[in-house]
Design a protein around this ligand. Structure first.
Ligand SMILES: [Zn+2]
Ligand SMILES: [Zn+2]
Length: 195
């Protein structure tokens, strides 16, 4: 299994617009960070974890030209507002890209980005739009997504709860990991907390 980090920045991205702190003024390339997203790959199949605002730039930079499904952690803007960039992938496949996530996230995406999910909204001839089909995941219930078995684990994040994911030897959690759910992550070979 291969994990590619697309971005590891804060919700603002680093540097932050208008900030003159030492990190934002740093010349170190490690202080240039786009918003959080990742790709998990196994046996030629790829899952995209979240669609951050810089998705196009991130996929170009990593040479990743197709993904088989998108799995969302939560619906905050820094994790979702690059959803339009899946258009470049969905136009090269028949049917929409399957999109998975918590019920509230799928509902929020359908509301905010209706054109992505509504098959009755057709683009004008010669134009295109992103196409996706939403699927709700339940906490603790393993889901088969392509060749992957994905187990959502609910964790607190600010005022809401978000999904972390256990995918084979990998756990991907974009929030604080409470001690009481640590057992869900036993036997990990890779742990990426608080990305
Ligand atoms: Zn700063
Ligand atoms: Zn968030």
């Amino acid at each position: 299994m291969r994990l590619t980090f697309l971005g590891t920045g804060t919700s603002f991205g680093v540097p932050q617009i208008g900030c003159d702190c030492a990190v934002c003024r740093s010349e170190d390339p490690r202080d240039k960070r786009t918003r959080v997203g990742a790709v998990v790959e196994q046996g030629g199949e790829r899952l995209l974890l979240d669609t951050p605002p810089e998705l196009r730039l991130q996929l170009i930079a990593t040479g990743i030209h197709h993904v088989d499904a998108v799995v969302y952690t939560h619906d905050h803007a820094d994790h979702t507002h690059g959803i339009d960039d899946i258009r470049a992938i969905s136009i090269r496949r028949s049917g929409g890209i399957p999109i998975y996530g918590p019920a509230e996230t799928i509902a929020a995406l359908r509301e905010k980005f209706t054109y992505v999910f509504d098959e009755t909204m057709r683009p004008l001839p010669g134009t295109s739009k992103p196409e996706a089909a939403g699927h709700v995941l339940s906490p603790g219930v393993p889901a088969r997504i392509g060749g992957f078995t994905v187990i959502p684990v609910e964790v607190p994040h600010g005022r809401s709860r978000v999904f972390g994911y256990r995918i084979g030897p990998l756990a991907y959690v974009t929030a604080e990991l409470p001690a009481d759910i640590q057992p869900a992550y036993d036997g990990l070979t890779v742990e990426i907390p608080d990305a």
